[in-house]
Design a protein around this ligand. Structure first.
Ligand code: FES
Ligand code: MG
Length: 572
């Protein structure tokens, strides 16, 4: 049978090559599998070393059932997977590699469409980047957050409470022994982090973008409804191929508008900024960091989840879920943006309800009136820097202080608890050498722990400035993604301890108060540049030679854009 499917180029006809393509796939598979049925890959990031995604093989089985039911052929494709807590120096170094490998394998193989199974922080971004560049019909199933663990009667938020409890140990209000006891309670079940960290943010943002069946994202990993939705997604994937609904056919800037509104309303991770910029870059959509401020800054914070608030992901689900949040900001959403269902996102909101107004606050009584990410510029960040005001201390959003500069995270760790370090709560901690090139991958080290001597005095926040990223589960008045980074010769490389820095979030400024003459006379600090030794081979070499700065999503320059799904020359 000859069809117009992409995979007909492998399986149709009775020549020698079609024979080879079919025969090696048979192994019990009936001939009918190759009679023109859509071949649907399940790009699976399940891995024992990505514990947040380890359950996705079970989810894949439900997707397979749905694909079979709809008349397609499911094909599981294990893809590069990144475990946020385990991979060094940072999972972000490999996001683009995972995206590239997935893109190439989807293009090289007999595939008509793909279901993307992700969860842990970098996995959904890398899958979406790949899908955008290969431009085959694609739909995401987010693996879902874990259930809430408890310790001594209190809920534990993944990540956020690790930062909090470890600061309490250093501040002397929690014993080391009790801290250790909490370790086994932190991860209660399968699933990804249960705070509004990067994994939760990217799952919800992927749904706002239109790439997930509306209502699915946020369903906890152990919840039976996840498997039901996975089954439904499998069926949908077959339909997507029939309708030829590829990413380029429905993802427009309007979809990114909705993603940015959603990110602000949920108090989502700052990492979503680089991921959305990278995904948009693959689609040729002109999205800039300034769009995050322009579209998101005035959006109210409605979701009371850690790190900006107090609850956790299964509370959000119980309270009505993500669609109830979107319904509150419906007037801010772009009604033209279509989803994977073929219908606009706003069409899916009618039946959503808030069942707990402490978890999802209604629009007229928001947790914070304006909570989106702010983009700062000034002499210290000519290319821009970002801050998440909802996770910062209001009294520090306008602050002038003297810099205490660290040339690397190792330098920071060596000196921060030195009782003689000249630092007080008005100081501004500056950490450099942590950008995409400088500490390849741009690790999440920007939320530097406070000096022990200040913690003991009850100080809980200080202004911090860094060219790196911060975990989506972290909090504090932290200026991130300073661009250009120090290793690329940005102004951060010439800051000296004792310089005055002014942060003014309302006016979107981050300035180094040094005269123009002195500024241009200064040379980049050698210790910072020494820390940046260009790797000689391998992925890291490719990465530092080609990575773009944070304001462009930290993608590789040659991966921006798409190559499509054109079938290559025959292999024999
Ligand atoms: Fe995997 Fe947090 S470590 S989602
Ligand atoms: Mg992280």
């Amino acid at each position: 049978m000859v069809t117009n499917l992409r995979t007909a180029e492998w399986y149709s006809g009775d020549d020698r090559n079609a024979y080879i393509h079919r025969a090696w796939m048979r192994r019990g598979v009936p001939a009918s599998a190759f009679d023109g049925r859509p071949q649907i890959a399940i790009a699976n990031t399940a891995s024992d070393l990505t514990p947040c995604n380890a359950h996705l093989t079970e989810v894949a089985q439900s997707v397979k059932n749905g694909i079979y039911e709809a008349g397609g052929v499911p094909l599981e494709l294990p893809v590069v997977s990144l475990g946020e807590t385990q991979v060094r120096p940072t999972a972000m170094l490999w996001r683009n590699m995972a995206a590239m490998a997935t893109e190439e394998m989807l293009r090289a193989n007999p595939i008509d469409g793909v279901v993307l199974l992700g969860g842990c922080d970098k996995t959904i971004p890398s899958l979406l980047m790949a899908a955008a560049s290969v431009d085959l019909p694609a739909v995401v199933v987010p693996g879902g957050p874990m259930l809430t663990g408890h310790f001594r009667g209190e809920a534990l938020g993944c990540g956020t409470d690790v930062w909090r409890l470890s600061e309490e140990v250093r501040g002397g209000t929690l014993s080391q022994e009790d801290f250790m006891k909490s370790e086994s309670s932190m991860i209660r079940s399968k699933g990804h982090c249960n705070t509004m960290g990067t994994a939760s943010s990217m799952a919800l943002v992927a749904e706002a973008l239109g790439t997930v069946i509306p209502g699915l994202a946020g369903t906890p990993a152990p919840d039976a409804r996840l498997l039901e939705a996975a089954h439904e997604t499998g069926r949908l994937a077959v339909q997507l191929v029939a309708d030829d609904r590829r990413p380029s056919t429905f993802l427009t800037k309007a979809n990114f508008h909705n993603a940015i509104v959603a990110l602000a309303a949920i108090g989502g991770s700052t990492n979503a900024v680089v991921h959305l910029l990278a995904i948009a870059g693959r689609l040729g959509i002109d999205l800039t960091i300034d769009d995050f401020d322009r579209i998101g800054a005035e959006v109210p914070l409605l979701v009371n989840l850690q790190p900006s608030g107090k609850y956790l992901m299964d509370d959000l689900q119980r309270a009505g879920g993500f669609l109830a949040v979107l319904r509150e900001v419906r007037d801010l959403l772009d009604p033209t943006a279509l989803t994977i269902t073929g219908r606009p996102l706003v069409d899916h909101l009618d039946n959503a309800r808030i069942w707990d107004r402490d978890v999802i606050t209604p629009r007229d009584a928001p947790l914070q009136p304006a909570a989106g990410i702010s983009v700062l510029r000034g002499s210290l960040a000519p290319g821009g820097a970002i801050i998440k005001p909802s996770a910062a201390s209001p009294h520090l959003l306008k602050h002038r202080g003297r810099a205490v500069v660290f040339d690397s995270i190792e330098d920071f760790r060596a000196r921060i608890d030195d009782p003689d370090l000249e630092i007080d709560e008005t100081s501004i901690m500056v950490l450099r050498g942590c950008g995409p090139k400088g500490y390849p991958g741009m690790p999440e080290v920007s939320n530097m722990p406070l000096p022990k001597k200040l913690l003991e005095r009850g100080v809980r926040d200080m202004v911090r400035v860094c060219d790196g990223r911060m975990s989506g589960t972290a909090y504090g008045t932290v200026v991130l993604h300073v661009t250009p980074e120090a290793a690329a010769g940005g102004p951060l490389s010439v800051v000296q301890t004792g310089d005055w820095i002014t942060l003014d979030v309302r006016n979107r400024r981050l300035d180094l108060d040094v005269s123009d003459e002195e500024f241009s006379a200064r040379r980049p600090n050698e210790a910072t540049l020494e820390g940046f030794a260009a790797p000689r081979r391998g992925w890291e070499r490719l990465y530092v030679d080609h990575v773009l700065q944070a304001d462009q999503g930290a993608d590789l320059d040659f991966l921006v854009g798409a190559s499509g799904s054109k079938v290559s020359r025959e292999s024999h």
